[in-house]
Every structure is written in structure tokens, then in C-alpha cells.
Design a protein around this ligand. Sequence first.
Ligand code: PHE
Length: 446
Amino acid sequence: MKTKPSFGSRFGTIAAVGGSVVGLGNIWRFPYLTGENGGAAFILIYLSVSFLIAVPTMIAEFSIGRHAMRNPMRSFKKLAPNTGWIYLGFAGVLTGLMIITFYSVLGGWAVEFLRFSYLDAFKGKSAPEVAAFFTAFTQNGWTVALYSGIFVLATFAIVATGVEKGIERFNKVLMPLLVIILLALVFYSTTLSGFKDGIRFLLKPDFSKVGFSTVLAAAGQAFFSMSLGMGAMITYGNYIRKKDNLKKVAGTVAVVDFSIALLAGFVVFPAVFSFGIEPQSGPKLVFITLPNLFQQMPGGYWLSIAFFILLILAAVTSSISLFEVIARYIQEEFRQTRMRASIITGGMVLAASTVCALSMVDHSSIRIFGENIFDLFDYLTTTFMMPLGALFTVLFVAWFWKGKGFEEEVTNRGHINHRFFVMLRFVLRYLVPLVLGALFIDLLLF
Ligand code: PHE
């Protein structure tokens, strides 16, 4: 058997997977979704879904990747030859392309906010003025496209030159740093007038507004935040050492992912209630909230610069894993060199993110079903494509994967207690399909 490169230690594995998992999903998407879905009840549902559904799905994806040692499409081809499962790999590539399109625009926003922080552009602005500033800047479609382009180029440069391994070393330092800044922000939040209201919002559940759609939103968020349902974790499974315990890797990653999202919530909501910002502000929530916080904080100028640098880096390490899925597909299926595959991918992503940035301008003629591309792709990928991708992956692993491959991966060829495998298989066979199936039926019928 060919020996392929793998991560050097369990901590290295977690840092690398963490690079993909921790990103704008935690700091941008989790708070805005929590705001839209009423706070604490959503968080509780999100927590349950993360551990009951997303962690098992992650173990399933790791197993496929570590067993087949191929890109997602070829993995399905190898494990289930001459079947339609290969299209699941292809669907993942498409999903990745759609996510990276709006993700790059978001990354561009973060780059622009770094520049604003450096220029102290929010100095003396009230909360409504910051919000107006944000709206005005998204209306400069070409400027946003330019900054998104910088973000795409950074991702491209890293993937094309293959220095991701070096980045993983960085991750071990960067992620803890990001957590430290978030903690400092939470600490400062305790002095804000809206602290109590913020905490109440995050901790006191009101289940009256919870329905199937809330659960589906939570599931979509869990898959997005843990990079599931589109092949990224199958790819990362290729690099996990045979002796590592997949359950522990997935569990640790989930704890880290959830903790960072929750921290982001604890930063955002006290500020939201202090500055009179609407919790249901949608995707712009974090961007219109944080500048107010930095404005008031002692040392806020430097902290905001550090924060946006780290946010961009966390976003780039996630974007790399999206880019990688697409580039590897092009490289292997169309027999291109890594460089050419990266250039083709980079070109496509650049074009798509430009169109996406332009479609966000008011009265832009670029609309699909009346929606701009950012909102549409954010919605389609997290509501349909990732949950569906996850559902089919789980069905494949639990019902259609012939032979003992899955069992071997979960038990490390019998070295790990068999009981967990039996439990996991049960969850993957019945619980996950049932829950996801019910959510889809509800979505389609009601
Ligand atoms: N998990 C990443 C984040 O939270 C986004 C992502 C989704 C990355 C899917 C790869 C694949 O920002």
C-alpha cells in the first residue's frame, strides 16, 4: 500500500480539522442564527443536534476517508463500485463551490473591517451610524468584490503552493489566541448595561417559538459549522493516523467548535442589548455589533485589529478546506497538475464571488428567485444540500457500505471497545435518518 502523508499527532489532527471547522460559521453565522431563532432554546437544540447527529456524521465521514484514502468521489467509487453513490461525492463538490462563493464575500468583509479598524473608521460613530456605514459599504459592489478577491487569492496561494501543513502548525497558536481575545471581549461585556439582558437571552429558553424549522436551522448550522455533508471531512479522514480514535477526534472537535460559537454569542448579545441593535438583524449582526464594542473598550483599537486578523485567518483555514475539495476533484478527475487545478478553481471562485458581491447591491439585476446570491446560497447549502449530503452519507455508511470497513475504522481494527460501534451504528441507522427525514418532510409539505 502507498503510504500517504498524515497528521503528526493527535493534537495536530485536531488543530488541522479545527482549522476547517472553526471559522465564520462560529463567529458570524452562529450568533446571527441564534438571534433570528430566539436565543437559548435554539442553543439547546443546536447543542443536542451537534452531539447526537453531527458528531456521528463526522465519524462516518472520517471512516470513509480513512478507509478509502481517496477524494470523496473516488472514495465512494472504491467502497461501492458501479453504483450511484459516486454522485454524492459530486454533489459535495457542487456544495463546496456554492459555500465558498458566499464565504469569500464574507472573508472580503472581514478584510475590509480590518482596514476600517486600522483607519479607526468607526471612531465616534453611534450604533445606528455603524449599521448605516455597513449598509453603505455593501453597496459598493466592486469594492467588496475586490476585497473578496484578496481573500480568494490568499486561499489560492496556500493551496497552490501546498503549504497547508505549515498552516496547521500556526493553527495550534492562532486558535487559542482567538479564544483569548473572545474571552477578553466577554469579560469586558460584563460591564455593559445590556449584559443581563444578553445573558438572559442566551440562557433562558423560550420554547414557544420552536418548531421543525428551528431544528432544521440548527441541524444546517451544525453541519455548516462542522464542515459536514460535502466531503471536506472525508478528505481530512485521509490524513488521520490509523491509530487515532475517530470518536475522540470528532468529540473534541465538536466541543471546541461549540465552545467558540457560544463564546461568540456571549460577546455579541450583551452588546446587542446594550447598543439597541435588533437581535434579528441577520447576516450583518456581528459586523454591526462588534465595532461598537471595540469603540468603547480600553485598548479597543488594537484589540479590533488583532481580532480581525485572527478572524480572517480562521476564515482562510476554513476556506482552504472548501477550495481543496474542488481543486482535488479537478486535479484527479480531469488529470490536471495541482497548480493548474488550483488556478482553475481560483478562477471559478473569483468569478462566482464577484457576481455574488455585485448581487448584494440594492436593485442589482443579479437575482435568482428574487434573492441575491449570498442569501440564496447561504440558505440552499445549509437548509438542503448539507443536511441532504449528510443524510445520504449516513445512509451509505450504515446500510450500504459492504464488508467490515466501517467497523474496522471505528474500532481501530478491534483495538477499541466494540460497544461504541454498535451504539453508533444504531444511531446512524435509525436516529439520524429519522430526524433528518422528518425535517425534510416537514419542510417540503408545510
Ligand atoms: N466550518 C466552516 C466554518 O465554520 C465552514 C465550512 C463549511 C468549511 C463546509 C468547510 C466545509 O466557518
